[in-house]
Design a protein around this ligand. Structure first.
Ligand SMILES: [Zn+2]
Length: 464
């Protein structure tokens, strides 16, 4: 059997692994490379192998760094099945359309700004029609239900607790040497981050791929996170607003339920929360349509929200005019908006209006990459540029680290302790180079597993 690490190895984006057995050839995830100058080139160069011989695709979850090149696969000629959970399919419908829109805009921008002597317009990675067409290739399967994407392979999706619909892939494959069990962790959730159940434990594998995003870090506990959130908000709403940049899928909902928990315990007065991002609204509605997928205490909290609309007044803003009207509110509003790193979308308007006011607060709830507006704020900039204006930063800035959708180092190790025996081979993926290496060492040291590797992009391994 052969494993090719096409992306998400030695880095956190572009997740894609090609698996070749004696009889079948398939991909696990087909993610987009994001951030940094090379992302555009890497996405253009990705999937450079014979797609006619690809039998099927298995997808762990809807995040773009795992799913964003699916329409590219379609654009390059792949017409086979893509197996996903039903909720992942629902989320892909909104996320791939949004991604296609961004791809079209980026290609247009690059065509306008490129060398004058080369007139050929740049083609987007894929367009809206290709994104829609690729949705027709999705085949949905429920959690814990056996399916056979190929006569020599049987698979199950187990809840990974990372985002709605996220799955651990558990596959049995027939090889010359007998049946082999392959486990792909996908991204693993943080047990007790207050949105989804903890990732399902798996008891064995011959071959394991495990993520390592936070393989060298520890998150704050849920109680510490609630206390931080409370401290950041209380005292602000009487005279100012609270602005929360957040990723539309996953983080927005985690923030919402964390706020609901505070409102319910009466540690905060009744709250007025605006979700100002069309994609976050759709993702929140999908989340609330699936209470059966939420952690039991969140399901209960959601029921409380529905029964007590005055305690947490939730409003979605659809039109740009409604979003702009929020800028007139001087106090008492909590505004959750995208993008999560503050460099695009409606959040920029809210920051422009609220950053100069010392009575306001900005809550950073997610990772802020180098070069983004969010990162400059976290780094303590006194002035930032927004829409060509110099904006003084007088609002209080709070970083709330505990709402991550990823398990931290100890959470990942706990999940690995669920294995009754060390897997035959373990590959540590989906972590920056040093993080993945440090987590590989932690596995060897703390669990005593010996055959553990941290592959790099482009590496190919032959496994028995
Ligand atoms: Zn993810």
């Amino acid at each position: 059997m052969k494993l090719s690490f096409l992306g998400g190895a030695g880095e956190v984006t572009g997740s894609c692994t090609l698996v070749e057995t004696r009889d079948a050839r398939f991909l696990v995830d087909c993610g987009m490379f994001q951030g940094g100058h090379e992302a555009w080139t890497k996405n253009q160069a990705a999937l450079d192998f014979d797609l006619r011989r690809l039998d099927f695709v298995l997808l762990t979850h809807a995040h773009i760094d795992h799913s964003g090149l699916l329409p590219r696969l379609y654009a390059l000629g792949y017409r086979g099945p893509i197996h996903v959970t039903a909720t992942t399919a629902e989320l892909l419908e909104i996320m791939l359309a949004d991604s296609a829109h961004l791809q079209e805009k980026e290609a247009e921008w690059r065509s306008r700004h490129r060398d004058e002597r080369r007139h050929r317009p740049m083609a987007p990675l894929y367009n809206m029609n290709q994104a829609r067409a690729c949705l027709a290739q999705l085949r949905t399967v429920a959690y814990d239900t056996e399916f056979r994407p190929h006569p020599t392979l049987s698979c199950r999706f187990h809840d990974a607790g990372h985002i709605l619909g996220s799955a651990i892939i558990d596959a049995q494959v027939r090889t010359d040497a007998g049946t082999r069990r392959l486990v792909f962790s996908g991204d693993l959730g943080q047990a007790g981050n207050g949105l989804l159940p903890p990732p399902r434990h798996i008891d064995g594998a011959d071959l394991l791929l495990v993520e390592s995003t936070y393989g060298n870090r520890l998150h704050r506990t849920p109680a510490e996170t609630q206390a931080e959130l409370l401290a950041a908000i209380s005292g602000t709403l009487a005279s100012g607003n609270v602005i929360i940049p957040a990723f539309a899928v996953g983080r927005t909902q985690a923030v919402l339920y964390a706020l609901a928990r505070l409102a319910r315990s009466r540690r905060l007065p009744p709250l007025r929360v605006f979700i100002d991002s069309p994609m976050a609204e759709k993702a929140t509605l999908i989340t609330r349509r699936h209470p059966e997928l939420l952690a039991p205490q969140v399901r209960e909290l959601d029921r409380w929200m529905r029964g007590n609309p005055a305690e947490l007044e939730l409003r979605y803003t659809h039109e740009v005019e409604e979003s702009m009207a929020l800028n007139q509110i001087r106090s008492g509003a909590i505004i959750i908006s995208a993008s999560g790193m503050c460099d695009a979308g409606r959040i920029k308007h809210h920051l422009r209006w609220n950053l100069p006011r010392s009575s306001c607060a900005v809550l950073i709830t997610g990772f802020q990459a180098e070069g983004t507006l969010g990162r400059r704020l976290v780094d303590g900039a006194r002035n930032v540029r927004i829409f060509n204006d110099d904006i003084p930063v007088r609002a209080r800035l709070h970083t709330i680290g505990g709402l991550s959708a990823h398990a931290d180092r100890d959470g990942l190790l706990d999940w690995l302790r669920g294995f009754a025996h060390a897997p035959g081979r373990t590959f540590v993926v989906h972590g920056e180079r040093e993080t993945a290496a440090s987590f590989r060492d932690a596995i060897k040291r703390q669990l005593g597993w010996t055959r553990v590797e941290a592959p790099q992009q482009g590496e190919v391994y032959t496994v028995a």
